[in-house]
Ligand binder design. Structure first.
Ligand SMILES: O=C(O)CCC(=O)C(=O)O
Length: 365
């Protein structure tokens, strides 16, 4: 029935334009991945070829004890090598992590009409977006993902406009993880040999989104992707993933520093949060820190949820390599730009690895 109803344009209309999402399509009863979701072979995720990740999570409570310097070293090493690491004792209550995953399932478990109602708040509130895939109009193959994106302006508006099943937990998550993000930014800037000035740090944390991603069960996950290869545009992403797995990060170099081009799974660790360095920190550090290219594979047996908080600079913030580092390096590897322009470019293009960074290229107009 699903194939008959959702052939050709009708699939795009049903899933994307009418807001039924991948979940709505899967709920019709689907025995195979529709061709609109089939990725070219080079974009598919081969789980068998992925490297295993055995780095233990970083215990942030030790930042306040005698092991402070060792923990800082671990954070910096991970931000330079992979751009991804996991943390425990991060200050976000573990009960809240469970409530967030439940809230995501509750939101996406609602009828398409209820979910669309969240989206339809759009004209009166630009704070909430319910959607599917990343830029469906521009993608050669769609992503197997529905999402809810909640922009933070202030507490009152969050509680007024964010959707009911998630607003309270999402706001608490944002508040508790903001302290963590601030501390990480301060550490990472200090370790560049630059004193982090308070207004700069605030500028780098000027805008925040709490997203909820829902990856419905997929008949053949090896043919499609939940999220295609990309790096995040902002400063730091905090990501809560559930226990299902499927998040992969690209290793650009192996342990001997050779070009690797291999993918590594970031395994779910109960109670841990994933930290992901965004393009902004790569640019700011003149290339010392690395934004992580990552992607997601759906599961054939269970729906997966993940809940990232994207902390990005204020749209009016001027972003470029820190002048102290340019002086030291004798060269700026990136140009200076206004963050609003970076963001507009990011959202105007389909995911394509770290191509988003081309916007900051010194040769870019
Ligand atoms: O679901 C995940 O684990 C990652 C999500 C992600 O990369 C994104 O939302 O940009």
């Amino acid at each position: 029935m699903a194939t008959k109803v959702l052939d050709g344009n009708s699939l795009f209309n049903f899933v994307v334009l009418e807001g039924n999402g991948v979940k709505g399509m899967v709920d019709l009863g689907l025995s195979k991945v529709p061709e609109q979701y089939v990725q070219p072979p080079q974009e598919r995720i081969d789980k068998q070829k992925a490297a295993s990740h055995d780095n233990p999570p970083i215990d942030l409570s030790k930042l306040d004890g005698p092991d402070h310097d060792l923990v800082v070293e671990e954070i910096v090493r991970a931000a330079k090598a992979l751009g991804f690491f996991q943390v425990v004792n991060h200050g976000v209550p573990l009960k809240l992590l469970d409530s967030l995953k439940d809230a995501a399932h509750t939101f996406f478990g609602q009828s398409p009409e209820e979910k669309k109602a969240a989206h339809l708040k759009g004209p009166s509130s630009p704070l909430v977006k319910y959607g599917t895939s990343f830029v469906p109009e521009k993608e050669k193959a769609l992503e197997w993902k529905d999402y809810l994106s909640m922009t933070y302006t202030n507490d009152v508006e969050a509680l007024q406009y964010w959707p009911n099943p998630c607003k309270e937990v999402a706001l608490q998550y944002l508040k508790t993880s903001t302290k963590l993000v601030k501390r990480l930014i301060q550490i990472l800037i200090t370790e560049l040999g630059v004193t982090p000035d308070e207004s700069k740090v605030e500028g780098l944390m000027g805008l925040k989104f709490v997203n909820m991603n829902f990856y419905p069960t997929c008949p053949s996950p090896e043919l499609t992707v939940g999220v295609g290869r990309h790096s995040d545009m902002g400063t730091i992403t905090v990501l809560l993933q559930d226990g299902i797995g499927g998040l992969y990060v690209k290793l650009e170099e192996d342990l001997d520093g050779n070009q690797a081009d291999q993918w590594m799974e970031i395994p779910p660790i109960p109670g841990a949060l994933v930290i992901n360095i965004g393009d902004t920190l790569q640019i700011l550090s003149n290339g010392r820190y690395r934004s992580a290219e990552h992607r997601v594979c759906a599961s054939s047996t269970q729906s997966r949820v993940s809940i990232p908080i994207f902390t990005i600079p204020k749209p009016t913030e001027k972003i470029g390599p820190l002048s102290q580092l340019v002086e030291k390096d004798g060269v700026a590897h990136y140009r200076e730009f206004m963050f609003q322009d970076y963001m507009d470019n990011f959202f105007a293009n389909a995911h394509e690895g770290k191509k988003s960074l081309d916007f900051a290229s010194i040769n870019s107009p």
